[in-house]
Write a protein that binds this ligand. Sequence first.
Ligand code: ADP
Ligand code: MG
Length: 266
Amino acid sequence: MSPLSPAGHCPVDILVIVENGKDAAVETVDLRKVHGEGSTAVRALDGVSLSFPAGEFAAIMGQSGSGKSTLLHILGALDQPSSGKVSVGGTELSGLSDKKLTLLRREKMGFVFQFFNLIPTLSAEENVLLPALISGEKVGKHAERLAEILDLVGLSERRTHRPDELSGGEQQRVAIARALIRNPDIVLADEPTGNLDSKTGAGVLELLRESAARYGQTIIMVTHDPRAAATADRVIFLADGRVVDETHAPEHDEILERIKTLESTG
Ligand code: ADP
Ligand code: MG
């Protein structure tokens, strides 16, 4: 691409880049969200503008109630903002029909939640294949990818086990494999280590990182754990629905410092 040209000279391609958010996997502009109405209305997001470059592993931190989950749900087209814009891969979500949003979620996104959300009656392997089954695809089409992904998450030996026959860490690894099976561009994770001991949690984070590096995925992870956040390329801090701070490639200690500062000023 050409560098910035002098004013008045061929700014068009530059404008296109900005509008498409070419290198941004996910972008928000002045995002606002009010939950509920009238006297019970809660302002969960209050003007959030963020850009997540493709391939970034970003962590979002903030106290309980600061708007982290609301933001993640809106980024994943699971919820709609009250105002503001969200673009995913250069496509603005507000212009899309419900059907297109569903397709976008299926084609481009993988979700990992705190409570692993596995189907108890299905085996590990069947849980991993669920997104493909829901999309009406033949399971056979995914045989190779399934083997690869089960290997990546270290569950090849346990693929026929049901969730209640697996440990918490193994269940979360099944959930991650499920999120990754269709090679999403974007992985959205809400407290993925929230129910895991620190060692198991570290394994899950490493897995997310490895997958992101291998497949060029963008990961946006909500966490309240500074150790988890310290594995990210960037940490974004929310307070009362606003971005109040951010830091690149932070150390664990630095994150703790920033949290302390935020708590004493907020
Ligand atoms: P976090 O994930 O950081 O704990 P949330 O995004 O879940 O924060 O919530 C932000 C604020 O919005 C909180 O005050 C919460 O109580 C409120 N909230 C979240 N979801 C809803 C909802 N569906 N209806 C009403 N209020 C909500
Ligand atoms: Mg939350």
